[in-house]
Design a binder for this molecule. Sequence first.
Ligand code: CTP
Length: 504
Amino acid sequence: MNFAETLHTNPIFDVVARQAAALDVRAYVIGGFVRDLILKRPSKDIDIVCIGSGIDLAEAVGRELKVPVVVFKNFGTAMLPSGREPDVVTEESKPVPAGPTLGWEVEFVGARKESYRSESRKPIVEDGTLEDDQNRRDFTINAMGISLNENDFGQLLDPFGGLEDLRRKTIRTPLSPAITFSDDPLRMMRAIRFATQLGFDIEPDTFDAIVEMKDRLAIVSRERITDELNKIILSPKPSYGFKLLYHAGLLDFIFPELLLLKGVETIEGKGHKDNFYHTLQVLDNVSERSDDLWLRWAALLHDIAKPATKRFDPKVGWTFHGHEDLGAKQVPGIFRQMKLPLNEKMRFVKKLVRLHLRPIALVKEQITDSALRRLLIEAGDDLEALMNLCRADITSKNYDRVKKHLANFDKVERKLRELDERDKLRNFQPVITGELIMEAFGLKPSKEVGQIKIAVREAILEGTVVNTLEAAIPFMLEEGRKMGLEPVKDLISNLNSTSAENTH
Ligand code: CTP
């Protein structure tokens, strides 16, 4: 197979070929880029391996293209940065260096041969051939190279049958899986990640080795594990990856809270649904609607507190009262454990977990404007995401039941939209602030101030008072009077002059 024509469409390969020839080293494009080229998938990064110094070649290419080169002396590698932000941000993500960039990240490494001395865990790393380098890679589909050398430019070099494995949709290690996984135990997760992203099977010997060696994952940093987990979550059908993680025995180690959802308990002939499989179904449903990693995390965590809140009531059967609030409380701990960012993304997930039952509850109740208003205000700008999660949460084996539920849900959504347009409540702030209440009654911060504030807010939500100063000030004064407070300032006559000022 020859890829010369395709490679010529990206000028970077001609530059690498020219500079490699000038330095008298052989160079190959290798790994994920080759795999994605054959699969006709878009690829982002280019890995170049050369028989010689990767750093020298990178510097020569950087000089010709006039782009900065980042050198990692300790690893003997160098790269031309892409300028893109990383897809998935964990706490350890590298900063992107300044300067003109190619839009591609190009990494250069010299081919290496690694051997393990039996008396030491430390590998001896020596310069090696292309085959040595291919031997050390994770999977056959990631071990293919394409020559960038004059005599055979564009030629595919595939010593382990990677092309055939792509055709058969198989993830397989190039060497015996025990060797490949010992080199880097994260590869056990990568096997599952690639299977999930590509919809491939894991070859049985490779899978059995994961089951056997799963404990080795303990030496891998949590950031690298979470990176792979996020890639599984961002795949077209993430449930497949979670089922593989479960069957391989890895889920227990990386995400024990999720595993607790598994299983069905039956008392007096009444069972509840298996919340593990339900959660995976919700995750897949949400993934059909949105690529957002954090919405997908919210789907994964929406029922996370069900095991802790599960009760059996002989009259009504199984209940999980309060699982939404307890689940929201568990989100920061899980994010911390996973080394996920503890910022607004975490707060978004927490909010969705806390609110995930609210729209469904509205389907069952007589819908009042006040219940809808409360939801609009609490969800704010995350309302669409919340509605997406709730639709995804309607799972049942009974197709008619799902259809009926979704139709009711359409009604709730329509009403919410109407109310939103009419009342503009999305990012609602009551006009009556604590400061205004204190000014009106000459109060210091106190319980009374809070009570009046809540009363005003409730009246606005119930629709008995409009959210304007003209309507809300008299109401606030009345509430104060009911509590035995007397106004010390004439806010009503001030109002006209204030609103006149505000128009300027
Ligand atoms: N690789 C490996 N073992 C690892 C990580 C990477 O052998 N633990 C090799 C593989 O040959 C892989 C290449 O390094 O193809 C590049 O790694 P990476 O960028 O992580 O993966 P890609 O295959 O490029 O895929 P993606 O961009 O989807 O992560």
